[in-house]
Design a binder for this molecule. Structure first.
Ligand code: GDP
Length: 438
């Protein structure tokens, strides 16, 4: 999906100006990418409509960077689709908090119960695991084994039914100051009435604070249908999406919230017992878009670079009027975005390599500023006149060395050359991924 989306976006950022039909064409590609990733059909339809509407309205197409604006809208919609912000566990006002884990057999329920217990213990909680699956003797044993691995006690009771086990586990927890009780209930291969009835009985007898449904991401839309069914019967509070490490498509992650109305709270990222992570919609969205932190950079650049100035700069470059004064201005603009090393890191591969030639750290920025400030106005505008004796004077005046002055002048020439390259790329219609002034 990431590759498909990126090629759709390349078409957008590859053009200086966008038309409505460019956006519509890109959205057709986005639609295909989502459908192929096994995202629910109705979800895809609504998603594409929303993005198109936002991209065509709001003056996006008239902006200086329409392609990037569209990517930003896609990113924002993806985040919204997955529930906007991280959804946390609801804690009981008086301990113990009861978390009831439900799900089909093989979804990863027992493993996830232990993972969650271990995760909460690391946060200072004192969890108790409860074996409610009385139908498979191996299930109790399995919970004991994983419980031991994460160093969490496991409550079990032979010969009792799941409701009685849950109730007694609660009593036990109160006595032993366990502030979280995690019920590992029985699953089935398929949804059946008997299982649902048992879960409803447990629910109405212990009133869990949180019902977490465990579903297997690799089953794609089946996982979403399972979630829909469980939610209709049990009114779950959230979903744990397991085996996301093996899910190359991401359809379930994108559809669960939209289809069930319930958020994904955690994701399983592997078989090891510490492979459980809170679900962050924004991080998953940028992972799906395959852009790492480029989106953050777009936002930072937008906040820092004023479009009018950027336009002026472009004109100067076109007319070969870029001076050391502009260079200094640019350095200031970049400084506003945060530490330079961080910005360099955020650039996508190809640009990072190009930019890497111009290594500027924050300390060096101060020196560059001093050097440029020691130049006369004429020198800043016409660096070509800076001969040997002028270089000596500038070095002395700025408290730097001639080598440093030489290096700066070389960097300036290199920047000018790179920027010319970027602008000619734009002219020929191959706009760079990011229009950074540097
Ligand atoms: P249950 O029947 O629902 O209790 O499922 P189990 O906890 O027994 O897990 C079934 C299988 O899925 C086991 O082999 C687990 O190791 C594996 N599993 C669980 N969660 C994950 C995960 O996040 N990633 C991967 N790769 N495997 C997982």
């Amino acid at each position: 999906m990431t590759e498909k989306l990126q090629s759709a976006f390349k078409k957008l950022t590859g053009k200086g100006k966008l038309s409505e039909s460019d956006v519509k064409e890109a959205m057709r590609d986005v639609r295909m990418a989502l459908l192929e990733a096994d995202v629910n059909y109705a979800v895809v339809k609504e998603f594409v409509n929303k993005v198109t509407e936002k991209a065509i309205g709001q003056g996006v197409l008239e902006s200086l960077t329409p392609g990037q604006q569209v990517i930003k809208i896609v990113n924002e919609q993806l985040i919204e689709l997955m529930g906007s912000s991280q959804s946390k566990i609801k804690w009981a006002s008086a301990p113990p908090t009861v978390i009831m884990m439900v799900g089909l057999q093989g979804s990863g329920k027992t493993t996830t119960s232990a993972k969650l217990a271990g995760y909460l213990a690391k946060q200072g909680k004192n969890p108790l695991l409860v074996a409610c699956d009385i139908y498979r003797p191996a299930a109790v044993k399995q919970l004991q084994i994983v419980g031991q691995k994460v160093n969490i006690p496991v409550f079990s009771l032979e010969g009792a039914n799941p409701v009685a086990i849950s109730q007694q586990a609660l009593e036990y927890a109160k006595k032993h100051s366990n502030d979280v009780v995690i019920l590992d209930t029985a699953g089935r291969l398929h949804i059946d009435d008997e299982m649902m009835q048992e879960l409803e009985d447990i629910k109405s007898s212990v009133h869990p604070d949180e019902i977490l449904l465990v579903v297997d991401a690799m089953t794609g839309q089946d996982a979403v249908n399972v979630a829909k069914n469980f939610n209709e019967r049990l009114a779950i509070d959230g979903v744990v999406l397991t085996k996301l490490d093996g899910d190359t498509r991401g359809g379930a992650a994108l559809s669960v919230k939209a289809v069930t109305g319930k958020p994904i709270k955690f994701v399983g990222m592997g078989e090891k017992l510490d492979d459980l992570e809170p679900f962050h919609p924004d991080r998953i969205a940028s992972r799906i878009l395959g852009m790492g932190d480029v989106l953050t950079l777009i936002e930072k650049a937008q906040a820092a670079v004023d479009e009018k100035k950027a336009m002026e700069l472009e004109n100067k470059l076109r007319n070969q009027q870029f001076t050391l004064e502009d260079f200094l201005d640019q350095l200031h603009e970049i400084k506003k975005m945060g530490p330079l090393s961080q910005i360099m890191d955020m650039l996508p591969g190809i640009n990072a390599k190009k930019m890497g030639k111009i290594q500027v750290d924050d300390k060096e920025l101060g020196r560059i500023e001093a050097i440029i400030n020691s130049m006369t106005k004429q020198e800043r505008r016409e660096p070509a006149i800076i001969n040997g004796s002028r270089r000596r004077r500038i070095a002395k005046g700025s408290g730097t060395t001639i080598q440093e002055v030489n290096r700066l002048l070389k960097q300036f020439e290199e920047t000018k050359r790179l920027m010319r390259q970027f602008t000619s790329m734009e002219k020929s219609g191959r706009r760079g991924m990011l229009k950074l002034p540097f």
